[in-house]
Structure formats: structure tokens, C-alpha cells
Write a protein that binds this ligand. Structure first.
Ligand code: DC
Length: 231
């Protein structure tokens, strides 16, 4: 095992349920949580608020490097995220912001600006890292790498349900189109494209309940990290 705190990476496309699994695992193990997508979303949001063109790599990378963002976990594991001292709330979770995040995430200078910041989340007793390139680029030496997939239709349904529960506007047909657009950009970009690491454990969750996905992840964690069997 690394002398650094152990890391479990969870990668996969939009709407696959990584966030729910990661929050559950972090609470179950009492570990820290990195929501790397939130860093790309915050960068996009900050750039939009400053009316910067999202394709201006130098200016957007500067925003990423100087991001005044804070993450605090509530007792229930929910993250409270502030940007420039103000809580961002649901603005961060809209599909508009997700799409803008996917655009800035394709810029190499932005990814470089956020790399060390992501690695700084690694603290004892351990880290659950949620994203697209956690197992391939940010934590290639992670103890356990998970990669979730699900059909595009199922992911659109899940995202629709999640946004509706948060009181956000969501049209299933538009969502499916936006998710497909984001999938293509995230998996075909030149730098750190979405793909499983060679040593990742891959699970198709299309027909699984979240509890089954959590059981699968916990069993692998216990086995790989030599933790006591869960009761
Ligand atoms: O996980 P999310 O939907 O919050 O991520 C928003 C976008 O950020 C996603 O479409 C691609 C980008 N992203 C990335 O490129 N690398 C990561 N590790 C996490 C997110």
C-alpha cells in the first residue's frame, strides 16, 4: 500500500451514478471525497460570470488556477460548495453548467491548472475520487479503480430524476441530447479522455439498483484494501 493515504477512483460518463456511489462510499468508510467534476463546473461558472469566451484557454486556465472555491462536507455527506465566498447552490448542477464544464475541460491548460489541486484532496484516512480521468491521470497509482457504465437512455432517465428532485428544470429529450454531446466531447478529446484505466474494475449498471452497485464497490474495497468484512 502507498505511504500516502489510499485512493479509490470512480470514473464513468455523465449520469451514470458515480456521485451517489462516491458519497455513499465516503460516508461508509469515513474517507474524504473529491468531486472533480465540480472543479470543472466551478471553472466554467466563474468564466461565464466574468463573460470570458469558454474557448480562450489562457484566460480560462487563469480562472482555474485562481479559483476561490471551498468544499465542506455536511454530516449527511452532502457537499457545500462556495465560489468567491458565496454558496453556489443549484447553479452548479444545471446541464448548461455541465456542458460549459465539458467545454473548458477539453482545454489542456485548464486540466494542468487543476491537477495539483485535485491531488491535494488526498488525505488520511483515504480519498474517494469521482471523475473522468481519476484512474488514468490524476491518481494512476490508486489502490482500487472503478469504472461505471450504463446505457445512454438509462443515464438520461437517472439524470432527469436527479435534476427534478433538486427542483431543476429538465426535459428528458433535451437531456438525452446534451448527455450524448457531452459523452462525445469527454471521450474524444485529445487530453485525458474518458476511458477506463487498464487495471480498472468495470461494471455495467444499466439494470442494477444503486444498492447493488454500492455492494459491488464495497466488496471490492474490502478485498483490495484488506479491511474488516462489513457487518
Ligand atoms: O461529473 P460532472 O458531470 O460534474 O462533470 C462535468 C464535466 O466536467 C464533464 O462533462 C467533463 C468534465 N470533467 C472532466 O473532464 N474530468 C473530470 N475528472 C471530471 C469532470
Amino acid at each position: 500500500m502507498n505511504i500516502l493515504a489510499p485512493v479509490i477512483t470512480v470514473d464513468g460518463p455523465s449520469g451514470v451514478g458515480k456521485g451517489t456511489l462516491c458519497q455513499w462510499l465516503a460516508i461508509r468508510l469515513g474517507w474524504h471525497l473529491l468531486d472533480s467534476g465540480a472543479l470543472y463546473r466551478l471553472t466554467a461558472l466563474a468564466a461565464l460570470r466574468r463573460s470570458l469566451p469558454l474557448e480562450d484557454a489562457d484566460q480560462v486556465a487563469m480562472v482555474a488556477a485562481n479559483l476561490e472555491a471551498e468544499f465542506t462536507a455536511n454530516a449527511d455527506g452532502c457537499l457545500r460548495i462556495t465560489l468567491d465566498g458565496t454558496e453556489v447552490g443549484t447553479d452548479l448542477r444545471t446541464e448548461h453548467c455541465g456542458n460549459a464544464a465539458s467545454r473548458v475541460a477539453a482545454l489542456p491548460a485548464v486540466r494542468t491548472a487543476l491537477l495539483q489541486r485535485q491531488r491535494n484532496f488526498r488525505r488520511a484516512p483515504g480519498l474517494i475520487a469521482d471523475g473522468r480521468d481519476m484512474g488514468t491521470v490524476v491518481f494512476p497509482e490508486a489502490e482500487l479503480k472503478l469504472f461505471l457504465t450504463a446505457s445512454a437512455e438509462e443515464r438520461a432517465q437517472r439524470r432527469h430524476k436527479q435534476l427534478s428532485q433538486q427542483g431543476l428544470d429538465a426535459n428528458l429529450k433535451n437531456l438525452a441530447g446534451e448527455i450524448a454531446e457531452r459523452d462525445t466531447r469527454d471521450s474524444q478529446r485529445a487530453i485525458a479522455p474518458l476511458r477506463p484505466a487498464a487495471d480498472a474494475e468495470i461494471l455495467d449498471t444499466t439494470h442494477l439498483k444503486i444498492a447493488e452497485v454500492c455492494d459491488w464497490a464495497l466488496a471490492l474495497t474490502v478485498h483490495r484494501l484488506g479491511l474488516p468484512e462489513p457487518c
